[in-house]
Structures are given as C-alpha cells and as structure tokens.
Ligand binder design. Structure first.
Ligand SMILES: [Zn+2]
Length: 83
C-alpha cells in the first residue's frame, strides 16, 4: 500500500505470524511484532525502544508508535477491501 502526498510512504512486508518489517522514513527498516507486550505490540524504532516500551513496563496506557499503527491500519484496510 502506498500513500502519497503529505503521508510518509512506508513499505510493509509480512515475515511470519504477527511479525512484519516496515521500511520507514530515510529507508530505515523496523521490525514490528504485533503479539509482543500482551498484544500491544513492539517495534524496533527509537521512539518505541526509548519511550513507549518503558511506559508499557509501568503499565501505562499510551498509543503505540506510528509503525505499529501503520501495520494495523494496513491489515484492517486489507480486511475491509478483500474481494
Ligand atoms: Zn516504531
């Protein structure tokens, strides 16, 4: 799925089960695991590693990083638009 215009184009690749790689800004590749952290997901990006992960450890309710949200959005979109 490619989004144009103001959106950053990110490429998703399915690895296995609930694991995906996502090519984000500057061509950096992050690993997203949707099953980690009790279903909240995990990502290897700095935002998740240094910010969100610690909040999940403390049991705080914060939204995941944009990569996790992007993968989830992609999956939902595919579900709604499958032929
Ligand atoms: Zn991320």
């Amino acid at each position: 799925m490619m989004w144009c215009g103001r959106y950053i184009i990110m490429k998703i690749r399915h690895l296995s089960d609930k694991k995906y790689t996502i090519t984000g800004e500057k061509g950096l590749v992050y690993l997203v695991d949707l099953e980690a952290n009790g279903g909240k997901g995990s990502c290897t990006c700095p935002d998740f590693k240094f910010n969100i992960k610690n909040k999940y450890k403390k049991g705080l309710h914060v939204p995941p990083c944009k990569h996790i949200l992007y993968v989830l959005g992609y999956l939902v979109w595919n579900k709604l638009n499958k032929n």
